[in-house]
Design a protein around this ligand. Structure first.
Ligand code: PLP
Length: 388
């Protein structure tokens, strides 16, 4: 296969597996392939490595290792959190979440509604922020769980998780947050931030796809979503995905060490890209608040063009970006996040997300800034659409 230039600006979709993570993983495919539940030492050693990895991912969020449940992905983690709250409080049949969550919550909410549960999707302001008074008022006596994402995957807008956790605590409701986009980008301290449950996904922090975790604060009642063997202290059945758990542990270690880097160098690259685009391309404007926002994300609307066209032409130049979330790419539906922020369908359809990461360079940002104005003017000249 011919290797072409790859200028990867889609780190919120997934990230390159770090070479250090690959090195940690390979021996667990090749040599240490035993089952951690086995009664002999070949298995015990594997179990020990799983626990080492658990300690590393726990350290990333300042949790106790016993509070970590390994899952297959962020989606499973969030589904499990909501499912558990409904099962352990059968008299409570209401879930409070937001209109801008990942489909892991939105679609699970649709499913729950069909089962007779009540699900509230809190609206957001035009800048993507939440009205906390409305959130507080929307908690009902029958609310089983409040599940609010920490960072939006499309715009990078951050919700004030500590304040939301405090509101939930005062109301005696379990609080879950989807922190999938936060790990490695911002400091996570579940104790300080007062979080009851939190979802992470390893492939957003330079580990492979197919492994995630759910943090469940001690003494929070929990009912498993996947029922089977007694793995994960009886909280998730299924033989552990040892190579990926080890990889997740190594990635967590690296992420903990590079948070400051992401917050300074990656933020500076993102700002250079965003400022450059806004300054040089007429009719370009940011979606969502400038701050508080993830340091790596910018979402920009280009008046009078379709994002699909931008994606295609940038792809030809070896540049990877996305429109909306990766899960909706390929469909022509405008992003539910941008629509919830009050954007017109035309604006949402002309919006692109750039999400940077630790492997991006200054030269790559310069290259995008060089290519993009030509791409936009070519599209505007060829296929003008109604501005919105
Ligand atoms: C905010 C957010 N939540 C959840 C997920 C789902 O994670 P996973 O792909 O591990 O299921 C994603 C992935 O795009 C995400 O960005």
């Amino acid at each position: 296969m011919m290797q072409k230039t790859l200028c990867y600006f889609d780190n919120n979709a997934t990230t390159r597996v770090a070479p250090e993570v690959v090195d940690a993983l390979i021996p667990f495919l090749r040599d240490h392939w035993g089952n951690p539940s086995s009664a002999y030492s070949f298995g015990h050693e594997i179990a020990h490595q799983v626990e080492e990895a658990r300690a590393k991912v726990a350290a990333l969020i300042n949790a106790d290792p016993r509070e970590i449940i390994f899952t297959s992905c962020g989606t499973e983690s969030s589904n499990s959190a909501i499912h558990s709250a409904l099962v352990v409080h059968p008299e409570k049949r209401h879930v409070l979440t937001t209109a801008v969550e990942h489909s892991a919550n939105i679609k699970f909410g649709d499913f729950l509604k069909k089962q007779g549960y009540s699900v509230t999707l809190l609206p957001v302001e035009p800048d993507g922020s939440l009205d906390l008074h409305l959130l507080e008022k929307s908690i009902r006596p029958d609310t089983a769980i409040v599940s609010v994402m920490w960072a939006n995957n499309e715009t990078g807008v951050l919700f004030p998780i500590e304040e939301i956790a405090a509101i939930c605590r005062s109301k005696g409701v379990v609080f879950h947050t989807d922190a999938v986009q936060v790990a490695g980008k911002l400091k996570i301290d579940v104790k300080e931030q007062g979080i009851d449950m939190l979802s992470l996904s390893a492939h957003k922090l330079h580990a492979p796809k197919g492994i995630g975790l759910l943090y469940v604060k001690r003494r929070t009642k929990y009912h498993p979503y996947i029922i089977g063997g007694g793995q994960e202290r009886g909280r998730r059945g299924g033989t552990e995905n040892v190579p990926y758990i080890v990889a997740f542990g190594r990635a967590a270690e690296l992420a903990l060490a590079s948070v400051d880097h992401e917050n300074t160098r990656v933020r500076a690259l993102r700002d250079k890209l965003e400022n450059g685009i806004l300054a040089t391309i007429e009719g370009a404007s940011r979606n969502g608040a400038k701050e508080p926002r993830l340091p790596n994300t910018t979402n920009i609307a280009f008046e009078g063009v379709e994002a699909e066209g931008i994606l295609l032409l940038l792809d030809q130049a070896g540049i990877c970006v996305s429109s909306g979330s990766a899960c909706t790419t390929g469909s022509l539906d405008p992003s539910h996040v941008l629509l919830a922020m009050g954007c017109s369908a035309a604006r949402a359809r002309g919006s692109i997300r750039f999400s940077l990461g630790i492997y991006n360079t200054d030269e790559e940002v310069d290259y995008v800034l060089k290519c993009l104005p030509g791409v936009i003017s070519r599209l505007r000249a060829n296929a003008p659409v109604e501005a919105g």
